[in-house]
Design a protein around this ligand. Structure first.
Ligand SMILES: C[S@@+](CC[C@H](N)C(=O)[O-])C[C@H]1O[C@@H](n2cnc3c(N)ncnc32)[C@H](O)[C@@H]1O
Length: 282
């Protein structure tokens, strides 16, 4: 399959995100090439936005505005803060880097600043210094990960943040559920869906990104949205786990098996290559 090489190192994801697509980028980019040309790019489960930044680095995003969304409001605030006030975010992150200690981490975790740049910097700082670098919220929607044990965490990566701000400058970024993509996508647009994966087994699930879990009914609703977009002439690509439910829900589309190294699994013995499904309607 045709591939494009990277033209530059930045922008890259500025948050470590469970389910991040860093390991699958070559496979995903090759499918995006098959979907070209398209008018606008949509990502309704943005997370760390690994594919969006990759496409930006490879100069593969179209002229039209990209539409990026997710239901996690703190995550969306981080994107908006970096886009709209990168200087403010960098200044706060420098301060966090200077003050970083175990106690300072817990003080910062306990206090949500009033301003957008402060909230964005708080999430980036916590994400860079927390245990295992994973984002998790309790039932009240509060970030509840303990401090990690890094020697020299990279808290303020200024060059990357500036490149991220520039990549986001023309993007529409909103906190909203995935099904609202139906209100925005037009024929010839391209949508990449990277939902919380359907669990392979009960213990394998990692769907606690936010207080609302993503269950089987959500997977069914997503498949219905995928089918509706297909009817409307919107190109859609989706990644998920390779389970019987997923094979069944997308049986009318092209389903390909690809392999990625999954890093986030508390049991190190279970880390390794697992099959994942890439599904497309073009
Ligand atoms: C697998 S992650 C996306 C990872 C991302 N592609 C990356 O490279 O980092 C799934 C995302 O879906 C979001 N999410 C969960 N339920 C959602 C919903 N109903 N609508 C939109 N986003 C949702 C989570 O907040 C999480 O950020």
């Amino acid at each position: 399959m045709p591939r494009r090489t990277r033209t530059q190192d930045v922008p890259r994801p500025f948050l470590k995100w469970a389910g991040g697509k860093g390991q699958l980028l070559d496979e995903l980019r090759a499918r995006v090439v098959l979907g070209q040309p398209f008018a606008r790019y949509h990502e309704p489960f943005i997370g760390g936005a690994a594919l969006f930044f990759d496409l930006h680095r490879c100069d593969m995003l179209p002229e039209g505005r990209s539409l990026l969304s997710d239901t996690n409001e703190r995550l969306i605030e981080a994107y908006l803060g970096v886009r709209d006030d990168v200087d403010g975010v960098i200044a706060r992150l420098r301060m966090h880097a200077e003050c970083h200690s175990r106690d300072y981490y817990y003080q910062t975790r306990a206090r949500v600043p009033d301003d957008l740049a402060g909230r964005a910097a708080r999430i980036i700082y916590l994400n860079r210094t927390c245990f295992n670098g994973l984002y998790r919220e309790n039932s009240q929607g509060e970030f509840n990960v303990p401090v990690g044990d890094y020697r020299n965490p990279m808290i303020c990566d200024e060059a990357n943040l500036r490149a991220v701000a520039s990549a986001l400058s023309r993007a529409r970024i909103e906190a909203r559920p995935f099904a609202t993509v139906l209100d925005y996508a037009r024929p010839d647009d391209f949508v990449y869906f990277d939902p919380p994966y359907h669990p392979i087994s009960k213990t394998a699930s990692f769907t606690a990104y936010a207080k609302d879990k993503f269950g089987e009914s959500d997977q069914r609703e997503l498949a219905a949205v995928f089918a509706e977009l297909t009817m409307r002439g919107v190109k859609a690509l989706l990644s998920n786990s390779m389970t019987d439910l997923i094979r069944d829900l997308y049986r009318d589309f092209t389903i390909e098996e690809v392999y990625a190294n999954r890093a986030i699994n508390s049991n190190a013995a279970r880390r390794g290559k697992v099959p994942e499904a890439l599904i497309r309607n073009f």
